[in-house]
Ligand binder design. Structure first.
Ligand SMILES: [Zn+2]
Length: 282
């Protein structure tokens, strides 16, 4: 069933676990996440990221995601990840998304507050939830990452509290050492940053981006420190990619594409199930 993020995250706050946000960069990744959630009977968030527009456009992915969510046996929130401006957010709302993220992390604090506020009032009037971001994160989506000092990116707890108060957001993405994409070195995570932000923002659900590629222990520590939504995609996609080599090696001739796609979907589903169980503590 199609729901927004509110009830799902309220429940996660109450019980102290996290809900996974999985990107739909292809039909296979969406099917992998839906099947995993149904097999485990867990709610989850199906996301479209504008960074994946070149693989599957919002116009094409959006209606499919909503249809899959409506037909699903488990609660599914259909969410726009990293909306860069009001136009794309309005488009997601028109398509029937039940949740949107506005990413104003590259803006000044005041501009981020003003735009996020505008989006929250627009979205809330449609019963759509809003995630925003305060503090920024390094990214290594295509090997572009240079040397950086992790501490320079950490979200400041007082800014997070002020931002939450001024914008009325439903969830807040924070920076505490994770990276978007592939980790080049072991990430330097600060669980203290999460704990301090949790203290300063009360029960507001905190979101971990760049949730791929961490250890089970890292996830558990982040969740016990206050993370309630974890975005996970890159390492699921890597598992799917690796499965293609495996199936090609098993059958180097006469392989049909739909068999490759079905096999990759199954492998990604297993990877999603693995992390869903950790996030939900089951
Ligand atoms: Zn992100």
């Amino acid at each position: 069933m199609l729901v927004n993020m509110k009830e799902m995250l309220d429940e996660a706050v109450k019980k102290g676990y996290a809900v996974g946000g999985f990107n739909c960069a292809s039909l296979e990744s969406a099917l992998a996440a839906i099947k995993a959630a149904e097999e485990l009977n867990l709610p989850f968030i199906l996301q479209h990221a504008p960074a994946h527009e070149e693989y599957i456009a919002l116009d094409i992915a959006g209606p499919i995601m909503i249809d899959l969510a409506k037909k699903s046996k488990v609660p599914v929130c259909v969410h726009l990840d990293h909306g860069p401006d009001v136009n794309i957010i309005a488009k997601a709302l028109r398509l029937g998304f039940t949740s949107v993220m506005f990413d104003g992390s590259a803006m000044s604090f005041d501009d981020n507050v003003a735009t996020t506020k505008l989006i929250t009032s627009m979205a809330h009037s449609l019963n759509v939830t809003v995630e925003a971001e305060i503090g920024s994160m390094p990214h290594n989506l295509k090997g572009e990452m240079k040397e950086y000092i992790p501490e320079d990116f950490y979200t400041k707890p007082d800014e997070a509290a002020q931002f939450a108060e001024l914008t009325d957001v439903d969830a807040l993405a924070i920076s505490f050492g994770t990276v978007h994409g592939i980790y080049k070195t072991t990430p330097k995570l600060s669980f203290d940053v999460i704990k301090q932000i949790r203290l300063s923002t009360g029960d507001l659900p905190l979101v971990m981006h760049g949730g791929s590629g961490l250890t089970e222990d890292d996830y558990k520590k982040a969740i016990s420190s206050g993370i309630r939504k974890i975005n996970y995609y890159t390492y699921e996609a890597l598992a799917g990619g690796k499965s293609v080599y495996d199936i090609v090696n098993k059958k180097p001739q006469g392989l049909l594409y739909h068999d490759v796609a079905t096999y990759a979907t199954e492998v990604m589903k297993e990877d999603v199930k693995r992390v869903m169980k950790i996030f939900a503590n089951v």
